[in-house]
Structure formats: structure tokens, C-alpha cells
Design a protein around this ligand. Structure first.
Ligand code: SF4
Ligand code: SF4
Length: 436
């Protein structure tokens, strides 16, 4: 398989099939490889060692600070390795490898007797939910660190920004009650005045289902709004979303939570619901399986650390000759993978496979297309040069931190330069340097 580590993959082919995507079951044959680091989060500390037996839902790693999460075993099995590897996000991370057993034993939380703000927050911390978009930090982090002037608006995204991803919409359609109850839990711990559900795909159906559920639950509808998004890409980044919903401009170097705006997704609402009402930790995430080389599109509840090869055994490739590569995280902002051994973490929501050729990078021809499309008015071409020279100071002065990882610059570049990937890595380095 061709090597690639790119964002902004161009995929021909219809996305309509996703609307009818069915939930699929996958049989897992390989060991589970659970990474202890997600995106910008700190690495969690392993609590198990080689040879130990673990139950499904038992804690296998704990946070070392507010930027890391509790991590739970996705299956019953035997720990066969705890070592440093390069994870599917391209970062070095400790990975706990578990060989599944046939046991069905599970270990879940004790029920919450009464839902108070503090024990709900405690449950959110312990459940190990990770933001499935944006910075990919533990879900509780924003409520903990927010220097809340006046908690105002909770936004719940019921769509995915990438045209090849359908996971949040699928959850909103099939788990409306759970999403409604999960959103009300977030409303309770955030003290926001209102919750705004943002919809893009299948708007009428989703709005009416959710309204019915909210009525059945007896929710206070004066605190609930629906906002129909008319153009979704790249209007998914939380600063842009906060601006169109609340008209508030939050500068990119600030967190929107510090200005009273919290952003969640259908997936994180479902995770919170499961932790409070079913006492289950977060051990899986809904993935959209799509792209122009699979015979069918589908949606799968993927256990943390499932290997990509198990997805490929269920979703067959149409034409092996044409198959080129696959990416985790969507076509625009996803990261293309080098191996079928790549593990699927709970911080992602899609696997997209494509047949288009991965071209080698060519030198920049100064066409200016990348600058023209950048939604945050950066100069990707210049930032790319600073990234290659590791001149982070200059990149910072030129606003590299404002990059929202949308992938548009890579998408339009005729020289096929991996601009977005390099700028995104550089941005992480700048932010880490600032926060350390
Ligand atoms: S540099 Fe601009 S176009 Fe490129 S990924 Fe960042 S925000 Fe998007
Ligand atoms: S789009 Fe590509 S080739 Fe054109 S200026 Fe930007 S980096 Fe250079």
C-alpha cells in the first residue's frame, strides 16, 4: 500500500449512499491495540501489565493530568503488550495490546443514586469520553478548565463536517432519546441558559424526532433551540460555530468555553448518557465506513483499538487494483494510513478508503490557490516553509495557531503538497510549547 500522511484527500464518487447506511456488525479477529494518547491530550498512565487478565469495561489506564483520560478495556482478554508505538494519529504513544478471550465478564460503574451537578461531573470525568472532533481531549476538560464568565450556550452538533462522514447524524437519527437526555446532562453541569442543536443532514426528520423525545422527557423547551446549518464545510470548527450561533467572536487563541460557549456532539451526548443511565464507560465510537473503493457504505460501533483489517474483512473492496489507501477521520481533515494494522481509536469517527492516486509532492509553483481558499486567511505556502525549517517562532507570528485543520489548502494544491498536515503538526508543537 502506498505511503501517505495527508489531509485534504480528493475522493470522487457519490456520498448519497451514506444516507441509507446501515449499522453493521464486525467480527474482530485481531488483537485490540488501545492507544493511551488521543490528539493533543497527554498520555494516560497504564495500570495493567503483560500477562494480566482484563474484563470488558475495566480500567486499564488513568489520567496523569487534566488533559488525559481514564481508558477502559474494550473486551475481556489477556494483556500481551504494553509498549511505545506510533499510533494511527502519527504520534508516539504507549499502546496496550489485548488478546480477546471468549469470556463475557464486564465491569461497569456503580449506579448514580441522585443526579447532582457534582456527581454528574465526576461521572463525566471517570467515563473516559473523548471529544470526537476538535482538539480530541477528554470531554470533561472544557468544564473543568473554563474560566466561565457567564455560561451561556451549549451547542450540540448533530452532523459531521466532512461529506464522507455520517456518524453524528446516524446517532441523532437512531438514538434520539439518548442524545436528548445526554444533552440535558451537559446542560445541567455547564449551567448554560440554553442548548442549541445544530443540524445539516436530514434536517426535518432529525428536528421532529428530537423534539418529540424532548417533549416525552418533559424538558423545558424554552431552553432549547434548533439551528439549521446551510453550509457545513469548514464551518465545524468551534470558534466559527460559536460565531454563527451566538454572534460572539472568540479569538482563536482563547477557548470558546472561557466565553460561555460549550460545544458537544451527538456522540459525546450518547457517551454521557451511557455513563449515567447504563453505568457504562466509553469503550467504543460510531464510525462511518465510506469512500469510493468499498462495495457498500455503513456505520459501525467500533470498539476502541480495533484494527483496520477487521473493518476491511467486513466491508469488501470493489476493485483491489484500484485501491490506493484509506484515511481515519474523513477525507478533508483525516490522516491517511500506512498499514491495515492501524488501530481505530475512540477519538475518531470515520474510515474512508479511496482509489485516487497518491501523488508525490512537487515543489510549490506559487499559484496562490492555498491562500485564496484558507478560511482563516493564512498563507499556507509560507507556513509550510516555516514548518519545513522548524521556524516555529516565525510561524507563530504569522498566525499558525489560527489554522483549523480544515485541509482545504492541501485539497486545492496542484503540487499536491501536504500543507495541512505539516501546518497542523507545527500548530500542535507551538501550542504544546506554550502550555508546557
Ligand atoms: S492553513 Fe488554512 S486552509 Fe490550510 S488547513 Fe489551516 S485553516 Fe485550512
Ligand atoms: S496551492 Fe500549492 S503550489 Fe499553489 S501556492 Fe499554495 S503551496 Fe504553492
Amino acid at each position: 500500500m502506498a505511503f501517505a500522511n495527508i489531509r485534504g484527500v480528493f475522493i470522487r464518487g457519490s456520498r448519497k449512499a451514506l444516507r441509507n447506511a446501515k449499522i453493521a456488525e464486525i467480527k474482530t479477529s485481531a488483537n485490540f491495540c488501545v492507544p493511551l494518547k488521543y490528539g493533543m491530550a497527554s498520555e494516560s498512565k497504564p495500570l495493567v501489565s503483560v500477562g494480566e487478565n482484563v474484563k470488558k469495561g475495566s480500567v486499564i489506564a488513568s489520567p496523569i493530568d487534566n488533559s488525559s483520560a481514564f481508558i477502559y478495556s474494550p473486551v475481556c482478554g489477556n494483556v500481551v503488550a504494553v509498549d511505545k508505538r506510533i499510533n494511527s494519529n502519527g504520534q508516539e504513544s504507549i499502546v496496550i495490546e489485548i488478546e480477546p478471550s471468549t469470556s463475557k465478564a464486564s465491569l461497569y460503574f456503580k449506579p448514580i443514586e441522585e443526579q447532582t451537578k457534582s456527581n454528574l461531573f465526576g461521572r463525566l470525568v471517570e467515563c473516559g469520553s473523548v471529544d470526537t472532533w476538535g482538539k480530541r481531549l477528554p470531554s470533561y476538560k472544557k468544564y473543568l478548565s473554563a474560566n466561565i464568565r457567564k455560561a451561556q450556550t451549549l451547542i450540540v452538533k448533530l452532523y459531521d463536517s466532512d461529506g464522507f462522514v455520517y456518524s453524528n447524524c446516524f446517532i441523532a437519527k437512531n438514538y434520539a432519546k439518548e442524545v436528548a437526555l445526554g444533552a440535558l446532562l451537559y446542560l445541567k453541569i455547564s449551567n448554560c441558559d440554553e442548548v442549541v442543536f445544530t443540524v445539516f443532514d436530514e434536517q426535518d426528520k432529525i428536528v421532529s424526532q428530537l423534539k418529540n423525545e424532548l417533549l416525552n422527557i418533559g424538558a423545558d423547551l424554552t431552553k432549547i433551540r434548533f439551528y439549521r446549518i446551510s453550509r457545513k464545510y469548514p464551518l465545524d470548527e468551534e470558534h466559527l460555530l460559536a460565531k454563527i450561533i451566538t454572534r460572539k467572536t472568540v479569538r482563536i487563541e482563547h477557548n470558546v468555553e472561557d466565553f460561555g460557549v460549550f460545544v458537544e456532539s451527538a456522540q459525546t451526548c450518547l457517551n454521557f448518557y451511557n455513563a449515567v443511565y447504563k453505568n457504562e464507560p466509553t469503550i467504543s465510537s460510531f464510525y462511518t465506513i465510506s469512500g469510493n473503493t468499498f462495495k457498500n457504505a455503513g456505520v459501525v460501533d467500533v470498539l476502541n483499538g480495533t484494527k483496520a483489517l477487521d473493518i476491511f474483512s467486513e466491508f469488501k473492496i470493489k476493485n483491489k487494483e484500484k485501491f490506493s489507501s484509506f484515511a481515519l477521520g474523513g477525507a478533508m481533515a483525516g490522516i491517511a494510513q500506512v498499514s491495515f494494522e492501524a488501530e481505530l481509536p475512540i477519538s475518531q469517527t470515520s474510515l474512508v478508503s479511496f482509489e485516487d492516486k497518491i501523488y508525490s509532492e512537487l515543489p510549490c509553483i506559487n499559484c496562490g490557490k492555498c491562500t485564496k481558499v484558507c478560511p482563516t486567511r493564512l498563507e499556507p505556502m509560507a507556513l509550510d516553509t516555516y514548518a519545513e525549517e522548524k521556524d516555529f517562532g516565525r510561524a507563530k507570528k504569522c498566525g499558525a495557531e489560527a489554522c483549523i485543520n480544515c485541509g482545504l489548502c492541501s485539497y486545492v494544491c496542484p503540487a499536491k503538497r501536504n500543507l495541512a498536515q505539516r501546518i497542523s503538526d507545527m500548530k500542535d508543537n507551538i501550542i504544546m510549547g506554550r502550555t508546557m
